[in-house]
Design a protein around this ligand. Structure first.
Ligand code: SME
Length: 138
């Protein structure tokens, strides 16, 4: 018996699993880029609902990663001037771009309620995860 599982369902499972299994991951979600309109749109996520379902390129940590094409690891979100607060309980964040055939199509965004929660190990893990996710698109 086989069941067709859509990319969206797979990404939702990844969010659910990461939020459940990694203690310092408190909100896990994907944003996807509309390059023409220079907007990010929220995709599958796990955690508190957010008002920020659309983020312009350049705004917040997510919007900066849409332009820089580089992982942004934030030890203390309150020390960032270009930051969009989703919840007062968030203390640190990591945003890792998702490349498909060299193009930055979006990102995984993870929030933590712990200061300085993310390390190089998280960065390496999430960059490798995104490489695997990219293979769902080709
Ligand atoms: N904090 C992000 C906004 C997205 S929420 O964390 C879900 C930012 O500054 O871009």
């Amino acid at each position: 018996l086989t069941k067709e599982v859509s990319v969206t369902e797979k990404l939702q499972s990844i969010c659910d699993l990461l939020e459940e299994k990694v203690s310092h991951y408190d909100w896990v979600g994907f944003y996807f880029a509309d390059a023409e309109k220079r907007l990010l749109h929220l995709g599958p996520y796990t955690g508190e609902a957010t008002d920020h379902t659309v983020i312009p390129f350049g705004k917040g940590i997510c919007g900066q990663v849409a332009e820089s094409n580089q992982t942004f690891l934030v030890d203390d979100v309150n020390a960032q001037s270009n930051y969009i607060a989703c919840s007062m309980t968030v203390k640190s964040e990591i945003v890792v771009p998702l490349f498909v055939e060299g193009k930055n199509i979006g990102q995984i965004d993870i929030d933590s309620h712990t200061l300085r929660a993310f390390t190089q190990e998280d960065q390496q893990f999430l960059e490798t995860l995104n490489e695997k996710i990219a293979s769902l698109y080709v």
